[in-house]
Design a protein around this ligand. Structure first.
Ligand code: PMM
Length: 337
C-alpha cells in the first residue's frame, strides 16, 4: 500500500501525522478512507456488515478496490439515532479492528468514546476518528495525547438526537473554522501535538442542507488553516436532495455514490488530505485524476515561468523527453481517439 501511494510522486508539504505509515503522512494524492460500519442502523449502509466476519470481509474488499485506510465504527451517527451502550460498541468494533490490522490494513476507529479509542489503538488502530472533536467525552484528548494516535477532530454541535436542531450559523464557514480552532486549542492544552490532528468540517452534522455547500466551496481556506483535512460527504442527505427525482423525492443513499465521487474529485483538487467514502472504487479514480490534473497544471506553470525556449533546448534530450511525456499523457492521445 505504501508503495502505491508514494509512487505517485513527491509528498505535499504540511503537518505530519506521525502515527500513520510514512506514505500516509504527507501523501502525493488525496487518500481514500473506506467505511466499515459495524452497525445495524447507519443511514447509508445499516446492517449490511453487522456481523464481525462480514465487516472484515467488507474491509478487505474495500482494500482490494484501492482504499488506503479503513474506518471502523460501531455506533450510528444517523440523525435521530439513540446511543449504543459502551460494552456493545466495544464488542462490535474491537474484533473487526484486530482482524483488519492482522490483515495489514491501516485502521481508523470511528468513535466518540475515549475508552473505545484507547482499546482500539491497543489493538492496532492508528487513527481515532472522533465526530465530536473531543466534545462528547472529556477523556478523549488525554487518550489521544497518551497514545500518540492520529486524531480526526470533526466539527460537531451535539449527538445525533439533537444535531439537526443545531443548524444555525451567522456564517457557516467562519463559524465552523472558529469552532474547529477552539477544539485544536483544547487538544493542545491536553498535550495533543498539532502533528496528530486532522480537521473535518463535519458535513451533515448540525448541517441539514444548504450549509454543506459553502463548506465544500471554501475547503481551500480550511486546508490553508494548516491541518490535514478529511471530507465525509459520502451518501449524505444533501447529496440525496441534489440528486432528487423529478417528483422531488431524494435519491436513496446507495444512489448517491456518483455524486459522492464527484465531491471526491473536487475535494481532492481543493487539497483535502483524505475522503471518507462507502464505495471506494470511483473515489480512487477521482483522486488519481485530481492528482494528475494538478501535476499537469504544475508542469504548465513551470513551463510558463521557465522563459522562452532556446534552440539548444528544442533539440536537446531533455526537451525530447518532455515532449514524449506530454505526447503520451495528453494531447497526442486525445488526437488519436
Ligand atoms: N460521517 C459519518 C460518520 N463518521 N467521520 C468523519 N470524520 N466525517 C464524517 O463526515 C463522518 C464520520 C456518517 O456517515 P455513516 O453513518 O454513513 O458512516
Amino acid at each position: 500500500m505504501d508503495e502505491r501511494v508514494s509512487a505517485q510522486g513527491a509528498g505535499r508539504d504540511g503537518p505530519r501525522l506521525a502515527a500513520l505509515p510514512v506514505a500516509l503522512r504527507a501523501p502525493a494524492r488525496t487518500l481514500v478512507m473506506g467505511v466499515v460500519n459495524v452497525t445495524p442502523d447507519s443511514f447509508s449502509d445499516g446492517g449490511r456488515w453487522f456481523d464481525a466476519a462480514d465487516a472484515v470481509e467488507r474491509g478487505l474488499s474495500l482494500l482490494a478496490e484501492g482504499a488506503d485506510l479503513l474506518d471502523v465504527g460501531g455506533e450510528s451517527t444517523r440523525p435521530g439515532a439513540a446511543r449504543v451502550p459502551v460494552e456493545e460498541e466495544l464488542a462490535r468494533v474491537l474484533p473487526v479492528v484486530e482482524q483488519l490490522v492482522a490483515h495489514g490494513a491501516v485502521v481508523s476507529v470511528d468513535t466518540t468514546r475515549a475508552v473505545v479509542a484507547a482499546q482500539a489503538v491497543d489493538r492496532g488502530a492508528v487513527l481515532v476518528n472522533d465526530v465530536s472533536g473531543g466534545m462528547a467525552d472529556p477523556d478523549m484528548a488525554s487518550v489521544v495525547a497518551r497514545t500518540g494516535a492520529a486524531y480526526v477532530a470533526m466539527h460537531w454541535r451535539g449527538h445525533a438526537d439533537v444535531m439537526d436542531a443545531n443548524d444555525a450559523y451567522d456564517d457557516v464557514v467562519a463559524d465552523v473554522r472558529r469552532e474547529l480552532a477552539q477544539r485544536v486549542a483544547v487538544l493542545r492544552d491536553a498535550g495533543v501535538r498539532d502533528e496528530q490532528v486532522v480537521l473535518d468540517p463535519g458535513l451533515g452534522f448540525a448541517k441539514t442542507g444548504e450549509s454543506n455547500w459553502p463548506l465544500l466551496a471554501h475547503l481551500p481556506e480550511l486546508v490553508a488553516d494548516g491541518h490535514p483535512v478529511l471530507v465525509g460527504a459520502s451518501r449524505k442527505r444533501f447529496l440525496g436532495h441534489l440528486m432528487a427525482g423529478p417528483d422531488g423525492t431524494p435519491a436513496a443513499p446507495a444512489a448517491r455514490d456518483d455524486a459522492t465521487a464527484a465531491v471526491t474529485a473536487l475535494a481532492a483538487a481543493a487539497g483535502a488530505w483524505a475522503v471518507r467514502v462507502h464505495e471506494v472504487r470511483a473515489s480512487v479514480a477521482a483522486v488519481r485524476v485530481a492528482a494528475r490534473w494538478r501535476d499537469a497544471q504544475q508542469d504548465a506553470a513551470g513551463r510558463a515561468t521557465a522563459g522562452p525556449t532556446t534552440p539548444e533546448q528544442t533539440t536537446g534530450p531533455t526537451t525530447q523527453d518532455a515532449t514524449t511525456r506530454h505526447a503520451t499523457t495528453g494531447a497526442a492521445r486525445e488526437g488519436a481517439r
